[in-house]
Design a protein around this ligand. Structure first.
Ligand code: NAP
Length: 246
């Protein structure tokens, strides 16, 4: 078995019905993990694709608009890997940004991420089991963006939390890391891709010369979930085609 294998591991991925979460669920399953695909709606398509590829998966409904929704999910279940992927974005000029759009994004992207990690880690720490947490951050964990006040604030928070949780749990064999995707073709970027000028402007700035695919993120998630990354703690790994290097 290689250090990149997830054979015998149990993983939970939030927001696994589509996009990056779906690709990560498929990637973890292909590496040998049993994957719980959680979503606020059905993950049937993800389950079907994992089964077709010969992997093992199950479904769990979890609406993280309630940031405490995952509190009872981990007890006694033997989870080794948590992928905090679920996220939303709201776009508006800062001077018109509403409290509702602030709270909705903060609740799913930051508060739920922390309290889900807390519930998962409590279980691993109590049993003295090694475990891996991978948070999905963003290039907007480093840059400001435009018209995305709550998203940028939340994603900067994800980068900070990743480091503080790593500081607290690294010595107890719980790895906490994050992935910062660049511009990936998913529902999250539908509005950007629907605007040809904006699409091209972004493309022109990506050193790799292409937008990212969800699978680009999945490979990094497998690494950060596997024994191969046992000495990696508190890092935010940019998978962005070179966007932030520019
Ligand atoms: P996406 O296709 O919109 O997927 C987001 C996922 O989160 C979906 O499964 C969505 O479920 C789920 N979700 C939203 N609200 C939820 C809730 N209340 N409870 C449970 N699940 C919820 O976009 P994506 O690009 O794959 O996004 C995945 C992660 O990557 C997000 O954290 C996003 O911020 C991050 N990211 C994306 C990009 C990019 O370029 N695409 C760049 C940087 C970071 P529904 O399908 O029901 O909405």
């Amino acid at each position: 078995m290689t250090r990149f294998s997830l054979e015998g591991r149990r993983a939970l991925v939030t927001g696994a019905n589509t996009g990056i979460g779906q690709a990560i669920a498929l990637g973890l399953a292909a590496a040998g993990a049993r994957v719980t695909c959680s979503g606020r709606r059905s993950c049937a398509e993800t389950l079907e694709r994992i089964a077709r590829a010969g992997g093992a998966a199950q479904e769990l409904t979890l609406d993280l608009a309630d940031p405490m929704a995952a509190q009872d999910v981990f007890a006694g279940e033997g989870y080794d890997i948590l992928i905090n992927n679920a996220g939303i974005i709201r776009r508006a000029p800062a001077e018109e940004f509403t409290e509702a759009d602030w709270d909705a994004v903060m609740d799913v992207n930051l508060k739920a991420l922390f309290f889900t990690a807390r519930a998962f880690a409590r279980e691993a720490l109590a049993q003295d089991r090694p475990a891996k947490i991978v948070n999905i951050a963003s290039v907007l964990s480093f840059q400001g963006g435009v018209r995305v006040a709550s998203y940028t604030a939340a994603k900067h928070g994800v980068a900070g939390l990743t480091k503080t949780l790593a500081n607290e749990w690294a010595a107890r064999r719980v790895n906490v890391n994050a992935i910062a995707p660049g511009y990936i073709e998913t529902n999250n970027t539908e509005a950007l891709r629907a605007d040809p000028a904006r699409f091209q402007a972004i493309l022109d700035r990506i050193p790799a010369g292409r937008w990212g695919q969800p699978e680009d993120i999945a490979d990094a998630a497998v690494f950060l979930s596997a024994p191969a990354s046992d000495y990696v703690h508190g890092t935010v790994l940019c998978v962005d085609g070179g966007w932030l290097a520019r």
